[in-house]
Design a binder for this molecule. Structure first.
Ligand code: ADP
Length: 198
């Protein structure tokens, strides 16, 4: 289903419920998501997601950090991928990074929820197809591409919630990597509304 702003205001499962079944589902999913404050290139994990541009040949922000840390073999492999459209995702090796793979996705410029949703959805689909169990996302589009972090984080957490409900046994951990200290409070609030800890 399409993400809509209205829908995003309500948690998927109400925070207070009498049903012990809902509560246990909720807490088992909540255990699989976490926030990490810092540099995504330091994470020893199956896949880190890169907020790339459509050339896939490197850029500023997190993209630049990932390419610097991975070394020149990464851009070498990316040249063979023939770019990537907005909302799509492609996987590469991670070279000198401690992660095993990099999933490159191209976020929209500005507030375009449908396209941002596709970035998360397609990245998670690659994770599933490759049988990877842990993944970390940066705050896609919220830097140079100018998507305000509050609505962007709703899209991010909503899409991850949907994926975890659909594939609870295929995923061990999804990390939201927060680089800017001011984004931490926003994500904490949004995680609590989509993965309520009762
Ligand atoms: P976009 O072009 O998609 O907006 P940016 O890289 O400019 O991508 O910004 C996306 C987010 O990544 C921003 O919140 C930015 O602060 C953050 N970021 C920048 N460097 C890193 C890093 N090394 N690790 C994790 N996140 C980072």
């Amino acid at each position: 289903e399409e993400y809509s702003k209205k829908e995003s205001l309500a948690p998927i499962i109400p925070a207070k419920t009498n049903s012990p079944i809902d509560n246990s589902l909720n807490s088992s999913l909540r255990k699989k998501v976490s926030l990490f404050m810092g540099d995504i290139t330091t994470l020893e994990i199956d896949a880190i997601v890169n907020a790339a541009n459509s050339s896939l040949l490197g850029g500023g922000g997190v993209d630049g950090a990932i390419h610097r840390a991975a070394g020149l073999h990464l851009v070498g492999e990316c040249r063979t991928l023939n770019g990537c459209e907005t909302g799509h995702a492609k996987i590469s090796g991670a070279y000198n990074l401690p992660a095993k793979f990099v999933i490159h996705t191209v976020g929209p410029r500005g507030e375009k929820p449908g396209l941002l949703q596709q970035c998360y959805k397609n990245s998670l689909q690659i994770m599933l197809d490759k049988k990877l169990r842990t993944i970390a996302f940066p705050c896609i589009s919220t830097g140079i591409y100018g998507y305000p972090v509050e609505p962007a984080s709703h899209v991010a957490v909503y899409e991850v919630r949907k994926h975890l409900e659909k594939y609870p046994d295929e995923v061990d951990r999804v990390i939201f990597c927060i680089f800017l200290p001011e984004d931490q409070k926003v994500y904490e609030g949004i995680l609590q509304s989509y993965f309520p800890v009762s």
